[in-house]
Design a protein around this ligand. Structure first.
Ligand SMILES: [Zn+2]
Length: 568
């Protein structure tokens, strides 16, 4: 792999192109549109040139997004981002759709290597079939509502303990051994969130209406199958998602109930309340492993090195190229992400560290995404660097688990063991949450036009199914509105089951690693290097795991996790 970020050679797109200016992009699209595509060589050259153009546009979007999220209080950066999304991208989408049609109608398409390009052809054919120019305006409106949603969340502060906190800065209180403090913190945050429910629910209703309209425009009666195609879910459908929900209900829910009973017993409680889930049940004080970005980087660097020295070398590229912005500060958007800058083919990592172990876990996760991006650098075709989300999250969640096995490189044995146990328990708990959010979306989009009360009732039923043992008495309204805190429902419809699919794969990578480290790492890296060039089940197979959402698969994985939790 080429680690040195050599400047890409632009064969088609001028290096001076300003990809934020539609008039500069149009002649390049027109050039591609006009070329003869009679021979395979012509078509392959065309695909590479198109990749150059789309990579430059993608990189422009990425840089503006990064700039905005790093400085949400900078109006100019926000405007630059919005300009790109609202004025440039709608035009680009129409031009890109015309290229899809040009590609699909190319005389040379029949002679193209169907095995090598199968995933590309399948993707472009579907994209083209569901594309409607009228939907670009609806997508613009959707993005506007999503920006409003982010602005509301970003503006929320909780007065607590004599100072203002972001919602994220409240997290350390939930780890406190002082139960009364945890409860006060939970209730303080809830009181503030509650005041925003009406406006958030308004936004959500408008998003649902827009999404329903987009599906109708494309000839679908309901949004679900349209969105599955839009997300490129070719290798599984709604039936597999429902199978996954049942498997979680039967295998994971009982295991979490068992862990919760044990947690309640250790904490001396009859039942767990919502503020009893993050505290260390063995009475250990909260672990605060670092204070600065430098220290956070050093911890993860040591862990990556222990997993495999190549990961350390790759992480050092990100440090050297200043592609890390990891600490929470005022004026920064919430959350964490990895974003590939497609022009230089290097990843950028954004996070909001506050000094807790969870931040280390986040950097291991985003590190996994970054290694994935770096391992795909050699693909000149943009579509091959664009790996499926399910595989992306497999890369990141696997790296969390591999890192967990090597935390001793940076933590005391006690701290490492406690973090490992907490993470493994968290995996089971999050699987019940993933199933809840996914089941909720299948319910909502399957019943367009239901009332807000019906929606709440549906959520309550789902939570009775997946988390029956938590005690929400006196907080029934908060339980009924719990879903509204899940930002994916607003920003990425139906994007959530991917985490469940990926976790199932990551648990298999982790098991492989405990059996044979060398071979597990070799397969992990080989699978990542395939990028998006193969269908999902093949990518999984290359990583040494099975694409299987069934009850029997989950039963074995849950037993393994429970055995590992018990072993410490
Ligand atoms: Zn991720």
């Amino acid at each position: 792999m080429i680690l040195e970020p050599a400047p890409p050679l632009w064969r088609f797109v001028p290096s001076t192109l300003d990809a934020g200016q539609l008039p500069q992009l149009e002649p390049l699209f027109a050039d591609l549109q006009a070329r003869p595509l009679v021979t395979v060589a012509e078509l392959e050259r065309w695909m590479l040139d198109e990749s150059e153009l789309l990579a430059r546009i993608g990189a422009e979007q990425a840089r503006r997004y990064v700039a905005m999220t790093c400085h949400t209080d900078d109006e100019a950066k926000k405007q630059a981002y919005l300009l790109m999304e609202q004025q440039v991208m709608p035009g680009v989408k129409v031009l890109a759709d015309a290229l899809d049609k040009r590609f699909l109608g190319a005389p040379a398409l029949q002679q193209l290597d169907a095995d090598r390009y199968g995933v590309v052809i399948r993707r472009r054919r579907t994209q083209s079939e569901i594309f409607r120019a009228a939907n670009t305006e609806l997508q613009r409106q959707e993005a506007e509502l999503q920006t409003q949603h982010q602005a509301i969340l970003g503006g929320i502060t909780v007065e607590f303990d004599g100072r203002a906190h972001t919602l994220q800065q409240m997290a350390p209180y939930y780890e406190s051994q002082d139960r009364a403090l945890r409860e006060r913190a939970f209730r303080a945050a809830l009181a503030v969130r509650r005041t925003h429910w009406p406006e958030l629910e308004d936004i959500y209703d408008r998003l649902l209406a827009l999404r329903q309209a987009m599906a109708h425009n494309a000839g679908f009666a309901i949004y679900t199958p349209f969105r599955f195609l839009e997300l490129g879910r070719f290798d599984y459908g709604a039936a597999e998602c429902l199978e996954f929900h049942r498997a979680v209900e039967r295998c994971v829910v009982p295991a979490v109930a068992e862990l919760d009973r044990e947690r309640a017993r250790k904490l001396g409680l009859q039942a767990l309340r919502p503020w009893d889930l993050e505290v260390d049940a063995d009475g250990r004080p909260p672990h605060r492993p670092f204070a600065t970005q430098q220290e956070l980087e050093d911890i993860c660097r040591r862990v990556f090195a222990a997993v495999d020295p190549r990961f350390q070398a790759e992480f050092d590229v990100l440090r050297r190229e200043r592609l890390l912005d990891l600490m929470s500060r005022k004026g920064k958007a919430p959350g964490g992400y990895q974003y590939q800058l497609e022009d230089v083919r290097l990843p950028f990592i954004f996070a909001n560290g506050v000094g807790v172990h969870h931040d280390v876990q986040t950097l291991l996760h985003e590190g996994g995404h970054a290694f994935h991006s770096l391992l795909c650098r050699h693909h000149d075709l943009l579509a091959f660097r664009d790996y499926p989300i399910e595989m992306a999250e497999t890369a990141s969640m696997s790296m969390e688990l591999l890192g967990l096995e090597q935390l001793g490189a940076a933590y005391t044995p006690d701290d490492a063991a406690a973090a490992r146990k907490k993470h493994l328990e968290g995996i089971l708990r999050i699987l019940t949450w993933i199933a809840s959010i996914d089941a909720f979306q299948h319910q909502i989009y399957g019943h367009a036009g239901q009332s807000r009360d019906q929606r709440r009732a549906a959520w309550l039923e789902i939570r009775r199914r997946f988390a029956p043992q938590l005690d929400w008495s006196g907080l029934e309204d908060a339980l009924a509105m719990q879903w509204i805190g899940q930002t994916h429902l607003f920003n990425h419809a139906f994007y959530y089951v991917e985490y469940g699919i990926a976790q199932i794969a990551a648990l298999q990578v982790w098991a492989n690693y405990r059996r044979d480290r060398g071979s597990a790492i070799a397969r992990y890296r080989a699978a990542l290097a395939l990028g998006g060039s193969r269908p999902l089940p093949e990518l999984f197979a290359a990583a040494g795991v099975r694409f299987d959402l069934s009850e029997s698969m989950l039963r074995g994985l849950v037993a393994d996790v429970m055995a590992q939790v018990r072993a410490h």
